[in-house]
Design a protein around this ligand. Sequence first.
Ligand code: UD1
Length: 418
Amino acid sequence: MEKILINGGKKLKGKINISGSKNSTLPILFATLLTDDQATITNIPSLTDVDTTIMFLNFIGKNIIKRGNTIKTYPSVNKYKHIAPYDLVRKMRASILVMGPLLSRFRKVCISLPGGCTIGARPIDIHLNAFQKMGAKITTENGYVKTFVRNRLKGTMINFKFPSVGATENVMLSAVLANGDTIISNAATEPEIEDLANVLNKMGSKIIGAGTKKIIIKGVNKLHGFDHAVIPDRIEAATYIIAAAITKGEITLQKVLPQHLRIIIDKLKKCGLYITETENTIFAKWIKELNPQNIKTEVYPGFPTDVQAQWMVLMCLLKGKTSIIEENIFENRFMHVAELQRFGADIIINGKTVKINGVEKFSGAPVMVSDLRAGAALVLAGLAAEGQTIISRIYHLKRGYDMLEKKLKQLGADIRKI
Ligand code: UD1
């Protein structure tokens, strides 16, 4: 199995382009199930989660081709299947997003319970309760959820107990073809929700309020094709800004939307990192010893859980300074802690918080990736550490970081696959 080898201690310096957002690309790909017309989607990142989704959609009956960073869909040659088997679904939790489009367009779907990162229980009750309110009948048998609706789904009022990103997307993907209006209260407000709403509106739906806590979706009878460029990946961007801070370097990010990174930029400025921005670039430079900042992960626009592990590495390296991180979104998202301790980190876990006592330096170590963002944290730790780090189980990284080694090499890192 491939591993990553890093000889740490190099200051990263230079410019890189940020790729298209993984978490926008996946729901947009599932939206193509809502029509047989052609769709052209650009700024697609090269990631295994994207390949898995294409394979999944092709299996269901879509005719999808990816060339470079562009995906085109063509009229289907086969009849659509309404089943999502275990082998495809277990690889990626976002597979659950197949439910909304298939249910609204074909009135039935049978899906294996989803997999994904091992960062907590991650139930799907919010998705299923919403479909039930829209008139769907749901049964669970042998690890599969069977859902069907006799006539069209019906528009209704849905109040989420928690603003789940996936459930907001799934309800949008189903309500667009429902009979009547659907109103989601306590909806997720992440930028990826707005990107999906923009696509659905280009397809002929009428969605108002995406990006706020109340989304109104007016059901229509038919949707059509679209052209769309995916928004930049804010989590990838945050990871590279932290890489600049951690290696005392200076990095310019291009093709990025700074407004999606407001809390990260503000927190890093409070730490003492020098940051300037234009409409679509961010320049980050280490100019002095940084101070710690406590963080609590929250839904957008709060501090993203997907940057918690990377932030922890930065806090670990602030010598003699103490900080606290509180994880409020997933209940098992500290699996990187044990691996960071192998570099010499001083971290104490207490329930959903960790206390970090900054150390002078990390020393390179053999470590293992447990999930996507934990993997990013280990790469950052390796870049900052003295000596050699060997990271195994790197397939997790390819799920979410487009051209990771290439971009880091471009910035001067000594990194390669072995
Ligand atoms: C999405 C992102 C993921 C990010 C997460 C939180 C994608 C492909 N993935 O995941 O990178 O970390 O948002 O920002 O966009 N929950 C329930 N019941 C449900 C659904 C969710 O209890 O039916 C809980 C989950 O267990 C979790 C929390 O809600 O504790 C957040 O989950 P959710 O917002 O749904 O995250 P995802 O859409 O899976």
